[in-house]
Design a protein around this ligand. Sequence first.
Ligand SMILES: [Mg+2]
Length: 113
Amino acid sequence: MKELTDKIIKFRDERKWEQFQSTKDLLIGLSIEVAELQEIFLWNKENDSVNVEEVKHELADIFIFLVYISEKYKIDLEKAVEEKIEIHKLHYPVKKSKGKNTKYNKLNDDKND
Ligand SMILES: [Mg+2]
């Protein structure tokens, strides 16, 4: 992960693009990349085929923006994801959440336990 994020930052720094990367612009860029990913699926039915190459490239664009935002705030994105998985494990114990799409704060209200 570190090698990959270093490569992304190096790519940016070689081009002196950090000067254009305000938080606002990074967030707008991230939103645009998410919209580009959504556009691939727009009007598709659930079983319609998609161009996986396009999906792959948009996911990569999204990841690159996440790396830029993380780097700006000195957040270790890999650690952040690991922390979040642990939080999710607490919120969604397998016993209560398996096969359910109920939000964690409503899991205890589920009468089908
Ligand atoms: Mg894109």
